[in-house]
Design a protein around this ligand. Structure first.
Ligand code: AMP
Length: 425
């Protein structure tokens, strides 16, 4: 059963009220498919990324169930446990629960590393209704006897693919064994690769499976382009793009991706000096620094955010009109996550990737992963035609003996079609 309006869903009045206030009228595809199943009490295996409305797809039915079955959380315990891979995502999920649960009197606690544990320990002492946590710190607090998971009624594993990428498999398994067997479990991942489904099978009980196909996400609203240029030209082209953004009438915010923390710091500093106020977020920044940078970014005070992959995960800011891959990621999947920072909540967006000689290999891997050629943007002043040609031929000067792909030279044939291509998100 799928549903075309929120009013048609048997969600409790305090939840309907907030949806009206938020002017959410139509459920997104993942919401339309998941909410009825979750209201029935089913376990769920969901293939969906951020940006698809996945948070509401689990937060709304969970809030509904909590309202229907009022109970006091026991000391050190929680009724709902959501595991998220990063602090940013945990905070975002927590914020969504607060938003959707505005008229539901529930207590919520966040647990993540990088900040002192004392306030989190104190918050857990009385018990909490909803606990959103990152695996590492949660295990620390469990081991110290500050958190007890034996009363969890709802367990959500969010962004499982990322969780595994970040090496949390063991932690997740250690957490799962502490949960009671009587519970409703939900499992969300951008991809449902065999190893992820296998993990889900050990955690979920007779789950319903829903998957959002790429066509129904906002990814097709992202105009992707790749520029071939020298390393030295990256900076002037970046400034040209940022000038364009500064003069834009809407969606003025830009996220610039750097491969390294040091590179992110250096770039943010020098952009600020050049008149483009920028902040950097990466794993070495304290939680308070990251929050402050994100707040300033959202408000447009620093309209440029220079980020590394892990730090930008879960950043959900509506007015990001442009994502620039100043460095290409060496993990192809990161490309998909990066460009998904634009075109949020139905808006359109543009993602420009810079590719210098030493990054041709990365570009090839990315195009193989997303199964398309990224349209080339060569009408800028720094275009390196020879590099573009080499990419086209699938060769690298650094590795003249590089093997040809089995399909030969046509594998990376560039599309002349400038229409925004579709990417799996
Ligand atoms: P998420 O995939 O949960 O990160 O959500 C992406 C964005 O879409 C968030 O900013 C939500 O506030 C927004 N959103 C979620 N569901 C709906 C909906 N049904 N109608 C309009 N906006 C929504």
């Amino acid at each position: 059963m799928t549903i075309s309006s929120f009013e048609a869903l048997p969600l409790a009045a305090p939840i309907q009220r907030v949806l009206q206030e938020l002017q959410y009228t139509t459920p997104s595809p993942i919401q339309a498919q998941s909410i009825p199943l979750l209201l029935e009490g089913r376990d769920l295996l969901g293939g969906a990324q951020t940006g698809t409305g996945k948070t509401a797809s689990f937060a709304l039915p969970i809030l509904h169930h909590l309202l229907q079955r009022p109970a006091k959380a026991k000391p050190k315990s929680c009724r709902v446990l959501v595991l998220a891979p990063t602090r940013e995502l945990a905070m975002q999920v927590g914020k969504s629960f607060s938003t959707y649960g505005k008229y539901v009197p529930l207590r919520q606690t966040l647990i993540y590393g990088g900040v002192g544990q004392h306030p989190q320990v104190q918050a857990m002492q009385r018990g909490t209704d909803i606990l959103v946590a990152c695996p590492g710190r949660l295990l620390d607090l469990i081991d110290q006897g500050h958190v007890d998971l034996s009363h969890v009624e709802f367990f959500v594993l969010d962004e499982v693919d990322r969780m595994l990428d970040m090496g949390f498999l063991r932690d997740v398994k250690r957490i799962v064994v502490k949960l009671p067997s009587q519970r409703q479990s939900l499992f969300f991942s951008a991809t449902l690769a065999p190893h992820i489904v296998e993990l889900a099978q050990g955690i979920l009980r007779n789950p319903a499976q829903v998957s959002i196909t790429p066509e129904t996400t906002t990814a097709e609203k992202i105009e992707q382009q790749v520029c071939f240029l020298t390393k030295e030209s990256k900076r002037p082209l970046l400034e040209q793009l940022l000038r364009g953004q500064a003069n834009a009438t809407q969606q003025k915010l830009t996220i610039v991706f750097s491969r390294t923390k040091h590179g992110a710091n250096k770039l943010a500093k020098s952009l600020t000096t050049a008149g483009f106020p920028a902040d950097a977020i990466h794993g070495n920044k304290s939680q308070a620094q990251r929050e402050k940078a994100l707040e300033r970014f959202k408000k447009g005070l620093t309209p440029v955010l220079v980020a590394t992959d892990v730090a930008a995960r879960g950043v959900d800011v509506k007015d990001v009109g442009l994502v620039i891959n100043f460095d290409l990621p060496n993990e192809p999947e990161a490309y998909v996550h990066r460009i998904g920072r634009t075109a949020r909540a139905g808006a359109e967006g543009r993602a420009v990737s810079f590719c210098s000689e030493d990054e041709l290999e990365y570009l090839r891997d990315i195009e193989k992963t997303i199964r398309m050629s990224i349209p080339r943007w060569d009408s800028h002043d720094w275009h390196e035609a020879a590099l573009a040609e080499r990419h086209l031929r699938g060769k690298s000067l650094q590795q003249p003996s590089a093997k040809k792909s089995p399909q030969g030279q046509n594998r990376h044939r560039h599309s002349r079609n400038r229409r925004a291509p579709q990417v799996a998100r």
